[in-house]
Design a protein around this ligand. Structure first.
Ligand code: AMP
Ligand code: MG
Length: 433
């Protein structure tokens, strides 16, 4: 068993409780219900490691970051110009001040600016003692060591001056545990002089495809065989989420082979994801096997595409059994597994997929009783968000995912929708990069 895994009494207890709950209906689970069930079983499970800033992009912070210093560290000029005492400015007229020196960025002026004096200063250069304000150089001219400032070139004390601690005050919590580090955070950490950060170790996710009909693209399909596409779509979705994917290949529909693959996967990863083999016809022998290896619940989700879903624990690993149809596998991944993997990685908070509203350009067919995730193309027309469903909506038609840029989410109870109906869409942007 790998050392980074934490024990899971919480998840096992929750799973046991879930299967007892009176509203637990494995034969027609609503999308919201399944999502909430899975969420209850999730807690962060990765140990902590320290990484250099260069390796920190997309990683999840494992501790709060408190600033030891102020950023900016000292008052400095926001403009090229002259530093002076605001009180010396003559209202409504030119002001003449004696220039006593210069402060460059990185080369401060060591003296003090007195009454009637000013200092040539450049952006980012330290404010000299005595001066409180900067006049921008475009409002000045200089004659024989005297700076001549245009009337009312500044209007208040402190203008064009940056104050120490303006960006980050010392002692404040700059970032919190669970935050995912993006480019601005890397820059801010560098500005605090921090070269290494504590992050959660990458979540290891082992995955394989099941099915006697599948071959890898390095083999030639025999009659009745197809290339395995799910493993690559899954690999892409996993990479997008910042986990460490472990590709375990294709496993035939044989109990011994499946058992060996599941056992090996659970021993090496925190999460095991399979595709195929969880639909009604095939599920029985897998169910019996999973009962022996761990605790797994089988659900028929009231959604289209993507009805069957298995979730549970195998050994110490979370297990997700996705449906085999390529569109179903992707839809189930985005609606359930994505959020779960974010929680397991330690990210907090984890928000649901963002949605917005758009008007249908064509009617859609929809049977009440299940939530549908139709693939659509969303665009702006005449200042309005509109969405057009892809004409081929079969759960085996992977090109529908590729041609689409969003899911059109049609709620459980809704029926056919005429053109013009305003519907909810989940953009793929940010999901697929
Ligand atoms: P299953 O869920 O195993 O009953 O598979 C449902 C459908 O999805 C069948 O048509 C399978 O051939 C197909 N399928 C299953 N796994 C894959 C895969 N990895 N790549 C492409 N198609 C698949
Ligand atoms: Mg199969």
């Amino acid at each position: 068993m790998n050392s980074s895994q934490l024990p899971h009494p919480h998840t096992l207890d929750t799973l046991a409780a879930l299967s007892q709950e009176t509203d637990y209906d494995p034969d027609s689970m609503s999308v919201d219900h399944a999502r909430a069930f899975i969420r209850r079983c999730m807690e962060p499970m990765c140990s902590v490691e320290r990484v250099h800033l260069r390796d920190a992009l997309g990683r999840v912070l494992a501790e709060n970051i408190v600033s030891a210093i102020a950023v900016l560290g000292f008052d400095n000029a926001a403009m090229d110009g002259y530093a002076l005492r605001f009180a010396d400015m003559v209202r409504g007229q030119e002001t003449r001040l004696q220039r006593i020196g210069v402060s460059f960025a990185g080369h401060p002026f060591s003296g003090e600016v007195g009454a009637g004096q000013c200092l040539r200063i450049f952006t980012g250069a330290m404010m000299p003692r005595g001066a409180d304000t900067v006049v921008m150089q475009e409002r000045t001219r200089e004659e024989k060591g005297v700076a001549i400032l245009a009337p009312d070139a500044v209007t208040h004390e402190g203008q064009n001056r940056r104050f120490a601690g303006e960006d980050i005050a010392p002692g404040v919590t700059v970032f919190t545990r669970g935050q995912r580090l993006r480019a601005p955070e890397l820059g801010m950490l560098a500005s605090l002089g921090i070269a290494e950060v504590p992050v959660y170790r990458k979540l290891r996710v082992a995955f394989f495809s099941t099915g006697d009909e599948l071959v890898s693209f390095d083999a030639t399909p025999a009659a009745g065989q197809i290339y395995d596409s799910n493993r690559y779509a899954l690999y892409g979705m996993l990479q997008q989420l910042g986990v460490e994917p472990m590709d375990m290949g294709i496993v035939p529909d044989q109990p011994e082979a499946l058992e060996a693959a599941l056992t090996a996967a659970a021993a090496h990863a925190e999460v095991v994801i399979t595709s195929g083999g969880v639909s009604v016809g095939e599920a029985d022998f897998i169910k019996a096997m999973l009962e022996r290896l761990g605790k797994v619940l089988f659900w028929k989700i009231a959604m289209k595409p993507g009805r069957p879903l298995a979730y549970g624990m195998i050994g110490n690993a979370h297990f997700f059994g996705l449906p085999g149809n390529p569109v179903s596998a992707m839809a189930v991944f985005y609606q359930f597994v994505r959020e779960a993997l974010l929680v397991l990685q330690g990210q907090a908070p984890v928000m649901p997929l963002p949605t917005f509203r758009a008007a249908l350009t064509t009617p859609v067919k929809k049977a009440p009783g299940r939530t549908e995730f139709q693939r659509g193309v969303c665009e702006m027309k005449d200042g309005q968000s509109v969405v057009t469903p892809i004409p081929t909506q079969g759960s085996n038609i992977l090109s529908s995912m590729s041609r689409a840029n969003c899911f059109i989410v049609l709620p459980m109870d809704s029926g056919n929708q005429p053109a013009g109906t305003v519907v909810e869409v989940q953009p793929f942007d940010g999901l697929m990069g």
